[in-house]
Write a protein that binds this ligand. Structure first.
Ligand code: 4AD
Ligand code: MG
Length: 430
């Protein structure tokens, strides 16, 4: 049986004959020589097919092949300084598996075309590397929570319970009744706390916001965590530990990948807990002192977040927000009930909010009162109110936008490139 190699292994064994399965990344032919760069999921390798050195079928296959055709190539690897990666494969046998039609993406393309042809653009080196970072971030998140003895759980995507703000939900017809795509799994995680004590999930959340910004997706992968006997302080500590853990592991273990994406590894390496904290009030003062204009009870926009973070190299927390502008489930600060025990984490260099979290109200009567005060329909929250009714404990949690995080650490211009098939206000295809 033939043993197949990948590019990353093949270049470690110069002088041996290997068989590679890949796709045509570049092609150039001159005289009796065809240079075809093969790519697979591990990298690219230039192959050189000499008309005189191979059989007629192999020469024809190499001549006939086209950009993005799938190929199987046998040859000997050697070091060659002139080749793009410093290695070249001297081809002994060349086969086409599937000849590609003329590829619609050529060197210079509009952003719109690249989005329309997203399914093909994902084959580019840049997108492939971003998707590897994404997979790695997801893996590190799971490693982190496993080390902290959190259980991964899988809440429903279809729900009747309102989320962050009822208006931004995608409505769906659920066998003749109204249901929604989830905005946050928080309430379900809270319900699982008495069973598992520390839980997290990593599933899509949906936001029907009509925002056309570089940091809003209609469907994004939301990491949410919830833990028993955690106060606001423990919650913030958990968040900064998680962010530090991922950043440190990326720098330590993924240097080649970060280099390929032009990431400043030193910059990422300084991301270590603890992170600076500003109260909401301090943040307002800071913004007003640095050219912005904010009043008490204003939420922060892109410009404000920029003012707060552009000169920083680590994320910051903005905590203790006014209760009037935050969600019903956040625990009022016992020292100042006008404020809640919450914190948002903002990424540096203006990348914006990446985490929103809080200590929760664990008192049944107070929770019910807050739901009513905010004009929400208590009926929709009956099951949720059962959580504090039957054995309530102090608990806290947070939600983390993984694409916002990836956008920050890779310094991407737009969040859409942090996810393979972005869903945005004007795009649900491909
Ligand atoms: O701040 P949000 O709305 O908070 C919640 O949903 C809470 N229930 C979370 C919790 O406490 N369990 O969303 C949390 C995070 C934001 O900080 C942001 O990173 C991300 O989710 N996010 C989005 N990411 C991409 N596109 C969008 N439209 C997003 N909306 C929120
Ligand atoms: Mg938020």
């Amino acid at each position: 049986m033939v043993e197949f190699s990948h590019v990353s292994d093949a270049v470690k064994k110069p002088g041996t004959t290997v068989v590679l399965r890949g796709w045509v990344y570049r092609k150039r032919e001159s005289g009796g020589l065809a240079f075809i760069i093969l790519r697979d999921n591990t990298g690219i390798l230039q192959t050189a097919t000499k008309k005189d050195a191979v059989d007629a079928a192999s020469w024809k296959a190499a001549s006939d092949t086209t950009i993005e055709s799938s190929i199987i190539v046998t040859g000997k690897v050697r070091e060659d300084k002139r080749a793009p990666t410093g290695y070249e494969l001297s081809v002994e046998k060349f086969d086409n598996v599937g000849i590609a039609e003329p590829f619609p993406i050529t060197e210079y393309q509009s952003t719109e075309l690249l989005l329309d042809k997203r399914h093909l653009w994902l084959r580019s080196q840049k997108m492939t590397n971003i998707m590897k970072v994404r997979a790695t971030v997801f893996r590190y998140i799971r490693d982190f929570f496993a080390e902290r003895q959190f259980w991964e759980v899988t809440p429903p995507v279809i729900t009747k319970a309102g989320g962050e703000s009822g208006s931004d939900m995608f409505e769906t017809d659920f066998f003749g009744t109204k249901a929604y795509l989830t905005q946050s799994s928080q309430l379900y995680l809270e319900a699982m706390v008495p069973a598992l004590e520390r839980v997290y999930d990593l599933v899509p959340s949906f936001r029907a916001e009509k925002s056309r910004t570089v940091k809003h997706l209609a469907e994004y992968w939301h990491l949410e965590a919830e833990a028993a006997y955690y106060g606001c302080e423990d919650n913030m500590k958990l968040q900064e530990d998680m962010i530090s853990y991922i950043c440190q592991k990326m720098v330590k273990e993924q240097a080649p990948l970060l280099d390929a994406l032009g990431v400043d590894k030193k910059g990422l390496g300084v991301v270590k807990a603890p992170f600076e904290r500003l109260t909401y009030k301090e943040a307002i003062d800071y913004i007003n002192k640095h050219g912005g204009k904010k009043e008490w009870l204003d939420d922060f926009g892109v410009e404000d977040e920029k003012i707060l973070t552009e000169k920083r190299d680590k994320p910051i927390f903005v905590w203790k927000w006014p209760i009037k502008i935050k969600s019903f489930y956040m625990r009022p600060d016992p020292n100042d009930p006008e404020l809640v025990l919450n914190a948002d984490m903002l990424a540096p260099q203006g990348h914006g909010e990446i985490i929103g979290g809080s200590e929760r109200i664990s008192d049944y009567a107070m929770l019910k009162k807050r739901i009513t005060e905010l004009g929400l329909n208590v009926k929709n929250y009956e099951w949720y109110l059962d959580t504090p009714r039957y054995g309530s404990v102090q608990h806290s949690g947070f939600g983390f936008g993984t694409e916002r995080f990836i956008k920050w650490i890779l310094n991407l211009d737009h969040i859409r490139d942090a996810i393979p098939f972005p869903r945005m206000i004007n795009r649900a295809e491909p």
